[in-house]
Design a protein around this ligand. Structure first.
Ligand code: ZN
Length: 498
């Protein structure tokens, strides 16, 4: 068979896989948005079945043979070759897992996730603990079926962020600790801004209108995306022309939904702007977690927490909430947008203290996998670390160890990519500023220019390149976390007059 015929055969198989992924993707979105609670058992059984079928399709020996053959072909175009390469890489992480074990694990993950939800609601860590223990054990067990030279936690770190390992993350977080902890401590001694207006009453209907205005300002394509409501905001890229963003409205918090919508829109824009030919391949969604996160953080923090972003929008915010914002000017609004204060909840954390929330999780995960953290003492370990790094101690499990969904679904090794993504974004912004007067674009309602830059240098490629290759393509140099710590130090020293 010539290469083109091989590719065609491969594409036929991938079409069936995409059909399963489509249905499971839409169903997953349905679960988080409108599916009634009582449908859970019926649904989970059917979804487990579908996941099992999908697993069989993805690990079909014929498909793997096609991939391995295509991988050898010299005349396969570069874009396609990359797609084949990354698909084989990802397959290696699960193709050797026996199907029964795979199905058992997806069933356990769904159960564990449901128990976590209940435990969080009722503040009952003991309820979730046995499931967490099982999830950790199961993840350790599954590592044995991974075909790689890496071991233990490094396997997981590399899976979410190819090229990363304990040694590199240790260096990254060491820099964060050295550079940021002293600044955070200094800020706590400074007089805090009055941001009480943020917590007045902001009705949901008006907030919905505001989100629409913000997304329109960002040139969000409502014909290829939606904004829905969930308990926890997320983005789901069903395909290039179906990128779904969700948010949660808190009527006593003006900022929460604003910045989560902008964050998720950043994720959505990445998938939406993948080049058409690449979007048809595995590379549509093969980007690393850190790279994806860099695009959401870039929008949320580096673009939307600047005053220029609000030049056009702030008058509209005031129009929607005239009473709540009476006497508040744009300068005070920006102080509230950029306030920094150690807190307990990661998702509410400000830009400066955020990486410490991640550092805590990273240290705990590392300890769980090398055995230095006792899984039955996790709650104490968690609370002690918050006290050590942030000077605050959780009084309730829902504000402590139960706050995040990740571990309940088995996502160990994922957290560190959040901090890394913020680091990548700092470097991308530096590069963008060399080509573009970002402030002017924002003031002149030309958000498209920013999106076009991102498309040209990053988005169009999807996950075609490894993180460090992608960073070099966009910025001309290797990843350098100093951009990140310098940016934070400069920004927050100025805000707090240090
Ligand atoms: Zn994100």
């Amino acid at each position: 068979m010539n290469t083109q015929e091989l590719w065609q055969k491969y594409e036929e198989k991938m079409f069936v896989i995409s059909a399963y992924n489509y249905v499971l993707g839409v169903t997953g979105f349905d679960i988080d948005t409108i599916s009634p609670v009582k449908s859970a058992d019926y649904r989970n059984e059917r979804m487990s079945y579908l996941y099992g079928e999908l697993f069989s399709l993805e690990t079909d020996p014929e498909l793997i043979e096609l991939l391995e053959e295509l991988n050898k072909r010299e005349d396969l175009e570069f874009e396609k070759k990359q797609a084949v390469k990354w698909q084989l890489r990802d397959l290696d992480s699960f193709r050797y897992i026996p199907k029964e074990l795979h199905v058992e694990y997806s069933q356990l993950s769904m159960e564990s996730n449901q128990v976590w939800k209940k435990a969080k609601e009722t503040n009952d860590y003991k309820l979730f603990e046995p499931y967490l223990v099982k999830m950790i054990e199961m993840n350790k067990k599954l590592l044995h079926y991974s075909k790689t030279d890496l071991t233990g936690y490094d396997i997981l770190l590399d899976r979410y962020e190819p090229g990363m390992n304990i040694q590199k993350y240790d260096e990254f977080f060491e820099l964060i600790k050295e550079e940021l902890v002293p600044l955070i401590k200094k800020i706590t001694t400074k007089k805090q801004f009055d941001t009480s207006f943020v917590n007045l009453y902001y009705p949901k209907d008006e907030q919905r209108k505001l989100m629409r205005l913000i997304l329109e300002y960002m040139n969000f394509d409502f014909e290829a995306g939606v904004l829905a409501e969930t308990e926890h905001p997320f983005m789901s890229a069903i395909n290039k022309n179906d990128v779904r963003v969700t948010t949660h409205y808190y009527e006593n918090n003006l900022m929460s939904s604003i910045f989560s919508v902008i964050h998720e829109a950043g994720h959505a824009t990445f998938n939406y702007q993948v080049r058409d030919d690449i979007a048809q391949t595995y590379c549509f969604n093969s980007m690393s977690s850190g790279m994806h996160e860099s695009q959401s953080r870039l929008m949320e923090n580096y673009i939307a927490r600047t005053s220029s972003f609000w030049d056009n929008l702030f008058p509209k915010v005031k129009e929607l909430f005239p009473q709540q914002l009476e006497g508040v000017d744009q300068k005070e609004f920006m102080e509230a947008v950029n306030v920094s204060q150690p807190s307990l909840i990661r998702t509410d954390a400000d830009e400066l203290t955020y990486p410490l929330h991640i550092l805590i999780r990273y240290e705990i995960e590392k300890g769980l996998f090398d055995g230095s953290v006792d899984v039955f003492d996790l709650e104490n370990v968690w609370n002690d670390k918050y006290e050590e790094y942030l000077g605050v101690r959780p009084q309730k499990a829902s504000e402590g160890i139960l706050q995040d969904v990740h571990w309940s679904g088995g996502s160990f090794g994922y957290f560190p990519t959040y901090a890394l993504g913020s680091g990548y974004a700092a470097q991308f912004m530096e590069a963008m500023r060399k080509d573009l007067d970002v402030e002017n674009c924002l003031k002149n309602n030309d958000f498209q220019a920013i999106k076009d830059w991102l498309k040209e240098h990053i988005h169009q490629y999807g996950g075609m390149y490894l993180p460090n290759e992608q960073i070099r393509i966009a910025t001309g140099e290797d990843f350098n976390p100093k951009y990140y710590t310098d940016y934070l130090k400069k920004k927050y020293s100025k805000i707090y007059g240090i």
